[in-house]
Design a protein around this ligand. Sequence first.
Ligand code: 0WK
Ligand code: BGC
Length: 844
Amino acid sequence: KALRALTVPLETLQVLKGHMMQDMRKGLSRQMHAQATMQMLPTFICSMPDGTGKAQGSGLPPTAWVLGKACSLSPLAMPLQLFSFIAKCLRQFLAGFSSPQRRFPLGFVFPFSCKQTQLDKAELTSWSKGFKCTGVEGKDVVQLLQSAINKEELYVDVVALMNDTVGTMMTSSVEDKACEVAIIIDAGTNSCFMAEAQQVEMVEESSGRMCVNTEWGCFGDDTTLSGIMTTYDQRVDKESSNPGKKRFEKLVGSLYLGEIVRHVLVALAAEKAVFTGSNAVSGDQELTLETLGLRPSERDCCRVQQVCRVVVSRAAALCAAGLAAILTHMCQSRELEQLYVNIGVDGELYRDYTRFGEILESVTGLLAPECTITLLPSVDGTGRGAAIVTAVALRLADQRREVDQLLSPLRLSRSDLQRVQALMRQEMDLGLGKETNARSSVRMLPTYVRATPDGTERGEFLALDLGGTNFRVLVVRVAEDSIRMASEIYVIPTSIIQGTGVELFNHIVECIMDFQLKQDLMEQILPLGFTFSFPCQQLGLDKAVLLSWTKGFNASGCVGQDVVQLLRDAALRKQHFTLKVVAVVNDTVGTMMSCGYDDPKCEIGLIVGTGTNACYMEEMRNVGTVEGNEGRMCINMEWGAFGDNGCLDHIFTNFDQMVDEKTINPGKQRFEKLISGMYLGEIVRYILLAMVEKRVLFRGKPCPKLQTKDIFQTKFLSTIEIDGLALKKVLAILRDLDLHASFEDSVLVREVCQTVSLRAAQLCAAGMAAVVEKMRENRGLDQLIVTVGVDGTLYKMHPHFSQNLQQTLQVLAPKCSVTFLQSEDGSGKGAALVAAVACRKAGP
Ligand code: 0WK
Ligand code: BGC
């Protein structure tokens, strides 16, 4: 009966595994964390030894201090006593080292549950295994040790604290056998494993993997283990220094197994099942058969052995249930069918009881058949692991310094952004001034669009949309209660956008004719609205002279020409006589009009796509370049060129310089080249190359493919920055670029992408803040309420761009409540609406 009570059937272990997985998920979740018994403590170990773990900087090998059984100090000592004792041991130990006054980095293996907030900051949550030094719980153990070390005037810096499971995981990780799980089965028991960082909700880190110290010793400190705990276990718990606590540990840890056996034998002796030969049983702590003066019979010895064996086997089986819970959790969170994992193991129970390892391995195999495990016993405790962690900590600290140095010029402060906002305003005022326009880098081009749609627009229109990612031809039917559209996307080969203007406009007319044919519109003469997304001096609604190409376009013979005339000429060349262009608009204007049809407060248009630009409704009295002071006119700012006069050089980094130099319009569109989709990928590419050179990325291995222009597309940023994206997806993107990245590398690549896209969104916000603040002042309002019609692939597809833009804008222009309305139909609809206004004005 006793043996049966101490035997846990496989089904029960399966259920237990389920409970442990549930408890692990609770422990990892920010909401449920407090309800979990397994604390799932983040360790801030996000990196595995990568073979470069030589302690840079200090040049001295990291030392490791392992607090545990080794020290002969009473576990009940006063706090300062404990740490000054450690510091004194350190002094003795270092006395043997004839090192100059240079500082030693130290890794501290502290096998107790600690709430770690960084690698070198850890608060003791609770003592265990009989340790009870007062005044330490709730304190930062690293601080306590460091101040004791400083008192000893030792040149030692505690750079990392880790749990012994972590030290074991690192120690057992040899060359190509990186361990991602470790278990300790010693006086106490515990485990750790490399969890997907995004599942460790208690920390910000959302990418890569982080080692989690499960503190599974506390599992069952609620009632979950009551079905397994026997009366013997309850007695052991009751007599322990922390009754009700560390329930799982008290079923597995060697500090308790002896006691369990003793209580079993006491009970069996009381039931006359053993030692019936003599009545020497005293119930004292110590129960060694002979030493207890028992004259056990052969059978007693056999039964004592059976009891010992079943207690140890149960401990191993329970460990296996815990291990299986971890393995299945890892397999599921990595979305793997099969998981192959090396497990570092340490502790006397595993070392001294071969049976323990056998049961652990076989039962784990039964409970987690989808996982193939290799148990790697830690040969020399956790010391080497601690040294490795310290070396990794030093390497990461060095790396962090290098990364911060490289990225800090891209990290803009609030005052940096306010300065950009003020400069944009200054350039806007210059651009609006008749005398000063030429001095401004922001050309503030009048568009002759005097009002946003008022809903009276009617009719059927053709529309062209040129200048974005896609060239589209549309037919737009504007009725009283609806606008219906049909459109077709046509590719414009690079050879044409960088060929001659004649070829380009011929191609455009061919597409129009193809579209009209398909839409059965060849016979109809429909007014056409032309969205032409390049800087043009508008001379009328249907007359616009191209000032310069941007976004990789460079067709010859167009700059300085009226683009409507170029289109008409091409139509003539193509014998296409039904073309009737009535309006040409910039895509920002088209977008504003398109959104303005649904929201009358929409008086600003913004594009953040291949290029970037904005337009807004300005008071005619302020538009010095156009006659008249009444009403308003939409101004196409062409803010992409902001800074072309050097006013933004202070925020241009050498990476931006390198990108600009490789474009077909160096020195031009400088603001655009910090923000828009055509360039962000290139900025990232140059930063990654610099990091490879500094050996903080891809182990400094040369990356020939990364040398290729435009190989790192901006759409990669939008994917890589998706919250919670499993890092293997990032690794897949990098692999396609022949970049064989480690997890740390992919975390770093993500940080670079985040830094570049955040700067772009913030700069965009600084520009927009200048616009809305000007409109507020124009209208003498305390609070401006306005809508921005926005379009562009980067704004629409990037997971954080729009949010970062809006959050920054609120900070920079608090007196303006700005709504961003994404244009669903593109600016083609807007061009048709402008054409409708033009037709209404032109009359029948
Ligand atoms: C869609 C608009 C078009 C504009 C484009 C910009 O219809 O006029 O040029 O957005 O975004 P992109 O395609 O460059 O990402
Ligand atoms: C062009 C603008 C256009 C913007 C967005 C810029 O390169 O100069 O006219 O509005 O791209 O497409």
